[in-house]
Design a protein around this ligand. Structure first.
Ligand code: MGD
Ligand code: MGD
Ligand code: MO
Length: 749
């Protein structure tokens, strides 16, 4: 659509949804909501400033210390030398080749975790993994920062891979609306988080569903430290962070002592309740897990726990569990215990009953679609079998050769000499950034592809400027969404930025595998190739998908893939026929006691769920660190993306710290005051936001501010990962423990 000569308005998509982009010549002028989105987000508003920001990496750059004498200590402080593409690619290819020949491919870490962009071909993860596979492999990473712990524990309980349960086997919002009477939300169902969904979400609908639940009279109870973790119409049951397992045990205790447990369900569909019951009743350790026991731990009055348990047993109840509560030390326990509690209620497999994970974490959960399969760039096979649980990066870099446990295995950490990162920002996502900073001084070489000078790029030796999604053509498609996009190239590459595909093609060519990597295609050739395969699958399923050139003209189409029932309600099938459709657990049933986990002999994750408090929480608070810090996802952006432009907005930084009036008054803090948040790991500046919407004793600082700490590890903008604890959730899951941290807060003069 042309308004005047060089003004154009086109639609693109992103992890936070579709939006219109207005361009004039080579510049993005502004963005506007997509007309078909009922609840559009404001996340793209900042895009024009971010894409054309002075912070873009303009040209290939090599850190001076590394270039001159292979120094490692100057990472984060050195300046960079800009080089022409050919020269920089020559240097990088020669260095990768040297590391492979001298130390083998087990010396390359290419886990390269991160969200990057939503387009399917220019997907940085797939690009870097394909390249590294073709040069002989790399040490990979398992799981995500989102659900690493759940991905390890839940297959022991339900059999299925956790994410296939989450994305394809849970009831949709319509089924919940029609059946659920009580919605118990541990960690809430957060309206801000629903704005985002990996690969895109076109029609945001979560808020509308909660309005409908409310009008229908469904009781929706947000259990957690912050009222704002759920729609304003929901009830709030304030609960101490990290105490959910204690509360769940007490609910189970009431069911069992009041004769409300569905023993017929337990007998037919589960194994091991007899091994768990002595612990619940206190026969095993002398401590009944009663409401009186749980109340001081979780902060909920005992009578309220009892009343809630009775309500859950007498109505159709869906227990939902946010991803955040397994992002903490012993995060395995509330996840496993939520399944046990749901099993005791006997509603697993009934419409709108049982237990669900990740509603609200990602907007696509609860929106069932007929799966068409993805548009995916083949990564090939990784000849190196060594990998780490994703959040063990600092441990690995700091302790080569050290043995560690993970879900029944014990192996030594690889000795990493070269790190390649494309499409992620570990100095946003990892815990205890002071420790990661030290760990990043260990490898001989760090290479990063990035559009912006993030803290990660600043700590690399070789930085290749990558295009943003607006500077290249791509296909936007997610199986959790019913729209398909041609993401047009809106502007030419900014500076000398190149697509990740072209960067890896350049390296591959220098390393003698150019044709293997490209298969003779340029980016457009790949787009057509991948798209045609996708379209053929759709057509075979009777779904009319336009051809590539038609989609280019149309920009986007809505596909008829909405469906009321997910494709794989395996727990409903199991309920109907437990012998014919057994689970893939060792017993074929839901495992309340797991012989497998028991056989690992982990004190931090025994054979059935138990109450195990983390090392930092209310129960271990001291006068020096009296407050529990939670670090939720930011409402105004996706992780750390586009942050450089958001930070320019007057008064936007430092980030806001949510604090209760009691805790604020004790420190002479008023809303808007600058504060210092600190513990022994570091300190950050923040701006106080004083509100009753957060529990006393808890402060919340969202993630996303860029790490700008200098030698003394004091971050000026409020990056919470300066303060968080870098330990695995347990030997079983080894997920990240982002929500495990105690801090203190003081007013800054
Ligand atoms: N304390 C605490 N920490 C957390 C969490 C928490 O709850 N609390 N949450 C965790 C979770 S769940 C997650 S998922 C992680 C998120 O952590 P990340 O996924 O690492 O965060 P992003 O900011 O999305 O990083 C993506 C990076 O890719 C870059 N990028 C974008 N497009 C491209 C491209 O096309 N090519 C290349 N080469 N780069 C591109 C962006 O500029 C950005 O720097 O954070 C984790 N960290
Ligand atoms: N706008 C926006 N949306 C996003 C993202 C983003 O960056 N921006 N990131 C996306 C990604 S990658 C992910 S993984 C999801 C994450 O989705 P979630 O993990 O569900 O979200 P968080 O915001 O980390 O945490 C939600 C809330 O959990 C509560 N909480 C913390 N600890 C506890 C506890 O011990 N018990 C209880 N009951 N509650 C607790 C906190 O009050 C917090 O506000 O969000 C996605 N959505
Ligand atoms: Mo995540």
């Amino acid at each position: 659509m042309h308004d005047h000569t060089d003004r154009q308005i086109r639609v693109t998509t992103s992890h936070w949804g579709a939006f219109e982009v207005v361009t004039e010549g080579d510049r993005i002028i502004k963005t506007r909501p997509f007309a078909h989105d009922p609840e559009p987000t404001t996340l793209p508003d900042i895009l024009p400033q971010a894409v054309h920001h002075k912070n873009r990496v303009a040209r290939p750059a090599i850190r001076r210390g590394w270039l001159e004498n292979r120094d490692r200590d100057g990472r984060g402080t050195d300046d960079f030398v800009e080089l022409p593409w050919d020269e920089a690619l020559d240097i990088a290819a020669a260095e990768i080749d040297r590391i492979c020949k001298t130390h083998g491919n087990e010396a390359i870490f290419g886990g390269s975790y991160g969200w990057a962009s939503a387009g399917r071909f220019h997907h940085a993860q797939s690009q870097v993994h394909r390249f590294l596979n073709q040069i002989g492999g790399y040490v990979a990473s398992f799981g995500s920062y989102s659900t690493g712990c759940a991905q390890s524990i839940m297959p022991h309980v339900f059999g299925e891979p956790f994410l296939s349960y989450v994305y394809t086997a849970q009831d949709g919002w319509q089924t919940i609306h029609d059946n659920t009477e009580t919605l118990i939300m541990f960690g809430g169902i957060n309206p801000k988080n629903s704005m985002v969904s990996m690969g895109g979400i076109t029609e945001h609908q979560t808020a509308t569903w909660f309005d409908r639940f409310h009008s229908k009279g469904m009781r929706c109870i947000n259990i957690g430290p912050q009222k704002t973790d759920a729609s304003p119409t929901c009830e709030w049951l304030p609960v101490t962070p990290a105490s959910d397992t204690a509360l769940m045990l007490a609910l189970a205790y009431v069911l069992e002592t009041e004769g409300l447990t569905d023993h017929a369900f337990l007998n037919r569909y589960t194994t091991g309740f007899d091994r768990f019951r002595p612990y619940l009743m206190g026969d095993a350790d002398g401590q009944p897990k009663s409401p009186d026991w749980a109340s001081p731990l979780c902060g909920v009055p005992a009578e309220e726990i009892t009343a809630l348990a009775r309500r859950m047993a007498s109505t159709r109840t869906l227990i939902t569990v946010s991803w955040s509560i397994q992002r903490a030390e012993h995060g395995e326990q509330p996840y496993w215990m939520s399944a046990v509690l749901a099993a005791m209620l006997g509603q697993i497999g009934l419409p709108g009953g049982g237990v669900g994970y990740g509603y609200g974490a990602i907007g696509g959960v609860g929106k069932p679609m007929k799966p068409l399969g993805g548009v995916t760039f083949d990564q090939g096979r990784n000849p190196v079998k060594k990998m780490i649980p994703v959040a063990r990066i600092s441990d690995m870099l700091l302790n080569p050769g050290m043995e560690y446990d993970f879900n029944g295995r014990r192996e030594p950490y690889a000795d990493i000499r070269l790190v390649y990162w494309a499409g992620g920002n570990p100095f946003h996502h990892h815990q205890d950034l002071g420790r990661l900073d030290a760990a990043f001084k260990r490898p001989e070489t760090i290479i990063v592809n990035e559009p912006w000078w993030t803290a990660t790029a600043q700590r690399a030796d070789i930085v290749f400027p990558a295009t943003t999604p607006y500077e290249r053509e791509d296909i936007g498609r997610s199986d959790l969404d019913d729209y398909l996009f041609n993401m047009p190239q809106l502007i030419p590459p900014v500076g000398e930025a190149r697509n990740d595909y072209d960067i890896f093609s350049g390296l591959a060519q220098r390393m003698g595998i150019g044709d293997t990597f490209t298969e003779g295609r340029d980016a457009e050739g790949w787009l057509r190739h991948l798209y045609d395969g996708y379209r053929d699958r759709g057509v075979a399923m009777g779904i009319d998908v336009p051809d590539f050139d038609a989609l280019r003209v149309q920009n986007w189409v809505q596909l008829p893939v909405k469906s009321d029932t997910p494709k794989n309600l395996f727990l409903r099938d199991f309920r109907a026929d437990p012998e014919g459709k057994p689970l893939t657990t060792p017993s074929g049933r839901i495992e309340i006691f797991s012989e497998t986990i028991d056989s690992f002999g982990y004190p931090d994750c025994p054979g059935h769920p138990v109450w195990l408090p983390p090392q930092e929480w209310k129960g271990t608070a001291t006068p020096d660190t009296p407050l529990h810090l939670t670090s939720p996802q930011p409402g105004d952006k996706l992780h750390s993306q586009l942050e450089c432009a958001l930070a320019d907005v007057e008064g936007a930084r430092p980030e806001s710290l949510v604090i209760n009036p009691t805790d604020a008054a004790a420190r002479g803090i008023a809303s808007g005051d600058l504060v210092r948040v600190f513990n022994t790991r570091g300190a950050v500046r923040a701006r106080a936001l004083v509100t009753d919407d957060i529990l006393t004793g808890v402060v919340a600082l969202p993630t996303g501010a860029w790490y700008g700490a200098t030698g003394d590890n004091i971050d000026p903008d409020g990056n919470p990962n300066v303060l968080t604890l870098d330990v695995g959730t347990s030997r079983l899951g080894q997920g990240c423990s982002a929500h495990t941290a105690l801090v203190n807060v003081a007013r800054l003069e």
